[in-house]
Ligand binder design. Structure first.
Ligand SMILES: [Zn+2]
Length: 88
C-alpha cells in the first residue's frame, strides 16, 4: 500500500490538520494522523478508508454524468453546423 503520510509539502497544514475529515475527532500533534490525497487528515485507517470509498463512488458517478454531457454538447455542435450549411 502506498504511504502518503505527511510527506506532502506546499499546503498550509495548520488549519487542515485540526480534525478527522470523516468523524470530526480532534487530531492532536502527537496522535497518529492518516493522510489522504496530500491534505486530508483522518484519525484512523478506518476513517480514511471510508472516505476513499465515498470518493470513489462519487467519482464513478461524476465520470458517467460528465461523459453524457460531453456527448450532448458534441451533438448540438453538429446540429448547429448542419443548420449553417443549410442556410448558405
Ligand atoms: Zn476519524
Amino acid at each position: 500500500m502506498k504511504s502518503d503520510a505527511l510527506s506532502y509539502a506546499g499546503f498550509d497544514e495548520t488549519h487542515l490538520l485540526e480534525a478527522c475529515t470523516f468523524c470530526s475527532k480532534p487530531l492532536g500533534h502527537n496522535s497518529d494522523i492518516f493522510m489522504y490525497r496530500g491534505n486530508t487528515p483522518f484519525c484512523s485507517q478506518e476513517c480514511r478508508q471510508e472516505q476513499i470509498e465515498n470518493d470513489e463512488a462519487r467519482e464513478r458517478r461524476w465520470k458517467v454524468s460528465s461523459k453524457k454531457s460531453t456527448e450532448a454538447s458534441k451533438k448540438s455542435t453538429t446540429v448547429q453546423t448542419g443548420t449553417l450549411v443549410a442556410s448558405n
